[in-house]
Design a protein around this ligand. Structure first.
Ligand SMILES: Cc1cc2nc3c(=O)[nH]c(=O)nc-3n(C[C@H](O)[C@H](O)[C@H](O)COP(=O)(O)O)c2cc1C
Length: 223
């Protein structure tokens, strides 16, 4: 059993979040979710273990973490006080593995460049790089095939302390990362008719593939 932090970004594949959450739980893991604001267009946090009282269901803040959890009371003038918890650091301490599924193009760019403007990217920026991460990208085919995607994954490989050969195309680079970066795994997207009706590569990998990668990523790190 491991502590799995599931990051969810604003790809249409975030509709599968409840399904992936359930699969990871069934695999025996404790799971917390950190979701970007755009991802909430695609799934309802109430589908993941809500708290129910007097017939009313509300988000369980110990299961799904949103940006607003980083800044409690900010809109009502409350200020940070010494000793208050820093949520992205608490999540990083808690997690044995960070799984970002789906990883959209925007957050991929942020990971590669170090932008930390929401809870999910702050976890990434503060991550203990001896612990594994699993990335499951999902985006439109032309986004996937854009040279920026290759550049961003090259940067992630370099940041994982392994310099990839310069002449690899995207597909070869991702295979190379999985073979050579002990703490970084990429679950390649698959080809199918996408939500936008384009047909091609870019759909998030299926749940069994993602969970299998999580298990593999955890294997050398099992307690
Ligand atoms: C209906 C819809 C579907 C989208 N699907 C994707 C997608 O599959 N992959 C992607 O990279 N961006 C997709 N986007 C764009 C992202 O939601 C957008 O770049 C957003 O700013 C991402 O923010 P985040 O990375 O903070 O979650 C979609 C946007 C909309 C409105």
């Amino acid at each position: 059993m491991a502590n799995v932090l599931l990051g969810v970004t604003g790809s249409v594949a975030a509709i599968y979040t409840p399904n992936l959450y359930t699969g990871l739980r069934r695999a025996g893991h404790l799971v917390k979710v950190v979701a970007t604001r755009p991802s909430l267009y695609f799934f309802d946090p109430l589908e993941l273990e809500p708290i129910t009282s007097s017939g009313q269901a509300r988000r369980n803040p110990d299961v799904v973490y949103l940006d607003e959890d980083e800044w409690p009371g900010r809109d009502s003038g409350q200020r940070y006080e010494r000793g208050d918890k820093v949520v992205h650091i608490e999540l990083r301490r808690w997690a044995d593995v960070f799984v970002i599924a789906p990883l959209d193009a925007n957050t991929l760019a942020k990971l590669a460049c170090g932008l930390a403007d929401n809870c999910l990217t702050c976890v990434w920026r503060a991550w203990d790089r001896s612990r594994p991460v699993v990335l499951a990208p999902a985006m439109n085919t032309l986004m996937w095939e854009h040279p920026l995607t290759l550049r961003h994954f090259q940067q992630l490989a370099v940041d994982a302390l392994t310099e990839p050969p310069a002449d690899l195309d995207l597909d070869a680079l991702l295979h190379w990362i999985n073979a050579n970066c002990s703490a970084l795994r990429v679950v390649q997207p698959i080809s199918k008719k996408l939500a936008c009706e384009d047909v091609g590569i870019g759909a998030m990998a299926e749940r069994p593939e993602i969970i299998a990668e999580v298990q593999q990523a955890l294997a050398p790190h099992s307690k």
